[in-house]
Design a protein around this ligand. Structure first.
Ligand code: FPP
Length: 255
């Protein structure tokens, strides 16, 4: 299904002059805080506010799907105080649901909560469910939070579901049916994958969905990422300059 796309700059959905699906690995909260002599938690706090701003910017740009890596299955290994703080911030982002609802944004989640095996506190799952329910008929930006998410776990989850359907004679085992068994079957392939803070790793994020996505890495720490940074990433995608990092010189002979 993904390999069938004509080129990496052809969006899976949306208007065509912007990527239909942008996915972001928000990294560098801790380093941002440390660079300012602040506790790491301040980086996460600012990171949550940044996410809310960037969702607004994605909406304004006409991006159809925006997915953010909010909490990974690996993040549980962090100190308990930091984990609790980050989970509290997720409650904050869900509490912004009324504003998102007014803007016709549809909130979705992918991760263990979908499979019913999450260790997340019930009060946060409740905020999440209410956000999904409130916005389920909205037709604007699809904002998906990857929450207690790991791509390998998603692939195992999809495999189990598809095998179950197959055993009952209800599905063939092919790419299309596999994709229907992922956490969010409606999610289109990622057109542009962004990672902040200079790291060039996928970190177990959207491995199936990002298979053909150009990978834009910016040295900016997530809390400093903003509308202009998102626009720069979209411009990079639009002009097809996928062979070098932002800020590097144009290769000879390319426009
Ligand atoms: C990376 O910073 C980010 C995370 C651990 C994920 C949590 C993201 C946020 C708190 C941003 C806001 C999002 C939501 C949904 C509340 P890091 O701690 O790995 O940074 P470092 O690599 O500099 O240590």
């Amino acid at each position: 299904m993904h390999e069938g796309r004509g080129s990496s700059t052809e969006p899976a959905c949306g208007r065509g002059d912007v990527p239909g699906h942008v996915a972001v690995i928000m990294d560098g909260n801790g380093r941002w805080a440390e660079s300012k002599g602040l506790p790491r938690t301040e980086g996460h706090r600012q990171g949550e506010a940044t996410l809310a701003d960037v969702v607004r910017a994605a909406d304004d740009l006409g991006i159809a799907w925006f997915t953010a890596y909010g909490f990974s299955t690996e993040n549980w290994t962090r100190p308990k105080l930091e984990v609790d703080f980050i989970l509290g911030l997720h409650k904050n982002i869900f509490r912004r649901r009324l504003e998102m609802h007014r803007n016709n944004v549809r909130i979705r989640c992918i991760g263990r909560p979908v499979s019913g095996t999450s260790r997340l506190p019930k009060r946060i799952l409740r905020e999440m469910d209410e956000s999904i329910e409130l916005t389920k008929s909205n037709t604007g930006l699809n904002f998906t939070l990857a929450f207690d998410y790991g791509s390998r776990e998603e692939l195992v989850y999809a495999t189990r579901r598809l095998l179950d359907l197959h055993r009952r004679g209800r599905a063939e085992i092919v790419e299309h049916t596999f994709a229907q068994c992922l956490y969010e079957p409606a999610m289109p392939p990622v057109d542009l994958l962004v990672r902040t803070s200079g790291e060039q790793r996928l970190s177990n994020f959207l491995l199936w969905q990002s298979v053909g996505a150009p990978f834009y890495v910016t040295p900016t720490y997530w809390p400093d990422f903003d509308r202009a940074e998102l626009e720069a990433a979209v411009e990079w995608w639009r002009t097809g300059r996928h062979g070098h990092l932002p800020g590097e010189r144009e290769p000879e002979g390319r426009t």
